[in-house]
Every structure is written in structure tokens, then in C-alpha cells.
Design a binder for this molecule. Sequence first.
Ligand SMILES: CC(C)(COP(=O)(O)OP(=O)(O)OC[C@H]1O[C@@H](n2cnc3c(N)ncnc32)[C@H](O)[C@@H]1OP(=O)(O)O)[C@@H](O)C(=O)NCCC(=O)NCCS
Length: 193
Amino acid sequence: VRDSYSRSLRRQPPTFRTHDGRTLHVRLIRPTDAPLLLDLFDRLSPESRRRRFHAAVEHMPRALLEEEAERLSDVDNRTNGGALLALERVHEDGPRTERAVAVARLMRPALDPHSPEVESAIVVRDDYHGQGVAKELLRRSVLLARQMQAQVIVAEIEADNYPALRAYRGLSLPTTSSTSHGETTLRIAVPQE
Ligand SMILES: CC(C)(COP(=O)(O)OP(=O)(O)OC[C@H]1O[C@@H](n2cnc3c(N)ncnc32)[C@H](O)[C@@H]1OP(=O)(O)O)[C@@H](O)C(=O)NCCC(=O)NCCS
């Protein structure tokens, strides 16, 4: 466990392999990534969309979704929030492009830029489920949390969302868990250097 968190985010390899051998690239989000977020959103199953966001997003007008994608990309990876993207390189007709297949996000409460807590959320595109992508991005999220000077990662997960609960528990960090009204809140201690 120690080894998983011993190096800073900057010193992580730029790629990793899924269980079935596909190579994914990982990097911090940038303000220009809104189109990548929208493309990922469009390719999610209704179930994944609902688990990550809430039912309301299904009926959101396109313009609002675009605005939301802009807002979610516009983070500094230090204070207000941060995110890690897993990207695949695709070679369809035309030049090589990249597509986001997963996003792991950490957000600080808007009114509390010094909060020791950051809220975590993750989504992986359905055709990559069960490939260890969440595990790898969440491990790196812990390093991002440290870069953001957070001490606790909070994750709110529907109590029957076993893949998500397993992915967070798989971090093997000191974690408390409480459930009410069908929502489980995990509070995960960020290992400090
Ligand atoms: C939850 C989610 C992020 C997991 O992503 P993933 O890349 O498939 O997860 P991983 O492959 O890293 O697997 C993580 C753990 O979940 C388990 N798991 C994966 N898919 C599973 C499934 N369908 N059923 C049960 N367990 C599953 C894996 O076995 C692994 O546990 P282990 O290491 O103890 O074996 C993905 O299912 C998802 O995007 N869901 C929709 C969004 C969501 O629920 N987000 C969480 C709330 S913000």
C-alpha cells in the first residue's frame, strides 16, 4: 500500500494497461477538455449516467450540458478542484484523435477554498468496465488529493453500487463508512508524505 502512494502525481507513468491489455494515457484535465467530457457523457449507458450524475441529466438541454462541461473542465488541479482523465488514442478516418474513457474528479466546496476535504466522483465508459480503470484512476486521485493539500477524500455512493464501493475500498486506506437513505458516505484518509 505504501508503495502505491509513495511518489507524487508528477512522477507517475503517463500510461497504464487495462486487464485485457489496452493502453490508456492519463493526464490532468485542462480548460480545453470540455469537448472530451461531452463525448464521454454521450457514450455512457443510461445506468452509468444515472449512477454518476442524477436522473435529471437525461432531460438537460444541450446548451446546459455544454456549459456544465465547460465548468467541469475549468479547474486548477490545486484549489477549486481537479480531475484525471484516462484517454484512448483512436485512428479513425482522418488524423489521430484522443477520446476520454474515464474521469476521476475531486471538488472542493465552492465557498471553502481551504477545506481539508475534497469530494470524489468517478465514471468509466461502459466498454471499459471491469478492466481496472477505476482502480488506477482512484489511486492517482489520492496523489492528486495530496497535491491539492486535502486530508480527506469524501465519496457519496448509492449503497447498492458495489463496483464503486469495491473500487474505493480497494485503495486500502483508512476509511470510515456510514449509510443513510440509501447513500453510503466513505471518508478516506489521504496518506501524507
Ligand atoms: C464504479 C465504476 C467507476 C467502476 O469502474 P471500473 O473501471 O469498472 O472498476 P475496476 O475495474 O477498477 O474495478 C473496481 C472493483 O470493482 C469490481 N467490479 C467491477 N465491475 C463490477 C461489477 N459489474 N460487479 C461487481 N464488482 C465489480 C472489481 O472486481 C474491482 O474489485 P476488486 O479489485 O476487489 O476485484 C464504474 O462501474 C462506473 O463508471 N459506474 C458508473 C458511475 C458510478 O457509479 N460512479 C460512482 C459514483 S460517483
